[in-house]
Design a protein around this ligand. Structure first.
Ligand SMILES: Cc1cc2nc3c(=O)[nH]c(=O)nc-3n(C[C@H](O)[C@H](O)[C@H](O)COP(=O)(O)OP(=O)(O)OC[C@H]3O[C@@H](n4cnc5c(N)ncnc54)[C@H](O)[C@@H]3O)c2cc1C
Length: 353
């Protein structure tokens, strides 16, 4: 039985699965390749914890009066090169690692699927760097964060706003102290289907007659910071982008293959869930003079006192300017993406073939 469907507008955050006291809920893939919670009625004790604590129900955006907004470029060019935008995340995570803390974020696994992992070593931070434009599986992350916090560790959890909200709801229900928890949410266009991404990779592997070795969604080349670069075990390379009609980027940015809940996302606003929110400073060339150099600028929203402490500790590692809402406005800070007019046709064709 599917627990959460249209009525709950399920984001797939996985909070209900982690909260279920009898492990009766498992996240299972639907036809479009997104994870939804499914209850095994054999084990369910009808306690209602899952429904009562669904983070997506009754969410109210609270006005954030603390908000500070910055455009930031990491002074270390290697870090900026290997990051999606200005490389803020790397330094944020490094700071927490230096406090013997743990970091949670999205990484590719050996099947080229995207999932949340826990890291404790700086050498592994590269696994989390860079945007992976596919919905990430949370797995046991919320439960592992809880254990880390109970062991008095500092924790940085990064993810989409719905994942950060999922974690916070879980910890609140578990009455876990969040004094040492730091969060980072990304300004999110919406998450594409992992199944479509898998099909895209399979097609490329056939075309290049080789297994994939590495995927980079944000290779920076030719003054464009949003190229997909895929390297193959046979040494070949695929390099494309939205403007060159890369199939996956087209379906993603044209809003054909986002999760259904993304088209009604409740987090597309300046009222954020993380201590810090990170995005690309799109349009900076028009809003802030002489700052952009086509190598990526992070849009950094500092939302809380913890966020302010982090910003103050890191600011000397960056070239930065403070700016305003008006200067950094983008769709995803105002309203969710609209479904493509090709959405129904695409999915009908896809599911029938
Ligand atoms: C699906 C998706 C959609 C996005 N849409 C927008 C947008 O519309 N506008 C905008 O300004 N910015 C968007 N971003 C954010 C942007 O691409 C960068 O992640 C952000 O600017 C941070 O860059 P950075 O250089 O500081 O660090 P990076 O090193 O690039 O950041 C990596 C961080 O992103 C997290 N991350 C990567 N992939 C995922 C994933 N699939 N799910 C959850 N977390 C992930 C990692 O855990 C890590 O914390 C999106 C990111 C993702 C993943």
């Amino acid at each position: 039985m599917v627990l959460i469907d249209k009525e709950y507008n399920c984001t797939g955050c996985g909070c209900c699965e982690s909260l279920c006291p009898v492990s009766a809920i498992k996240m299972k893939e639907n036809k479009k390749g997104f994870l939804y919670p499914v209850i095994n009625e054999k084990y369910c004790i009808n306690c209602g914890i899952c429904k009562k604590n669904c983070p997506n129900l009754g969410r109210i955006n609270k006005e954030n009066n603390e908000l500070k907004i910055y455009a930031m470029k990491n002074s270390n060019e290697d870090i900026r090169e290997s990051s999606s935008s200005g490389g803020f995340f790397y330094n944020y995570a490094k700071l927490i690692l230096e406090l013997s803390g743990t970091i949670y974020g999205a990484s590719f696994n050996s099947f080229n699927e995207v999932e949340h992992i826990r890291i404790t070593e700086l050498d592994n931070l590269k696994k989390l760097q860079g945007s992976k434009y596919v919905q990430s599986k949370i797995n046991n992350s919320y439960i592992d964060v809880q254990k880390d916090l109970e062991n008095d560790k500092f924790v940085l959890f990064s993810g989409t706003p719905c994942q950060v909200e999922g974690l916070k709801t879980f910890l609140s229900k578990k009455k876990t102290s969040t004094e040492k928890l730091y969060t980072c949410d990304i300004i999110c266009h919406g998450v594409p289907s992992p199944k479509i991404f898998n099909d895209y990779l399979t097609e490329l592997e056939k075309q290049y007659n080789s297994k994939i070795k590495n995927i980079n969604f944000r290779h920076k080349e030719n003054n464009l910071t949003q190229n997909i670069k895929i390297t193959f075990e046979n040494g070949d390379t695929y390099l494309s982008n939205y403007y060159k009609n890369d199939k996956f980027y087209k379906l993603f940015l044209d809003n054909v293959i986002l999760r259904d809940s993304c088209y009604e996302c409740k987090y597309s606003s300046f009222n954020r869930v993380g201590d810090i929110s990170l995005g690309d400073f799109w349009g900076i060339e028009n809003s802030i003079q002489n700052f952009d150099d086509n190598k990526g600028v992070s849009l950094v929203l500092v939302n809380t006192q913890k966020g302010k402490d982090i910003f103050n500790k890191l600011k000397n590692d960056f070239d930065f300017v403070e700016t305003s809402k008006e200067n950094c406005i983008q769709d995803n800070l105002v309203h969710p993406q609209s479904k493509s007019s090709n959405y129904e046709e695409f999915w009908n064709n896809y599911l029938n073939n």
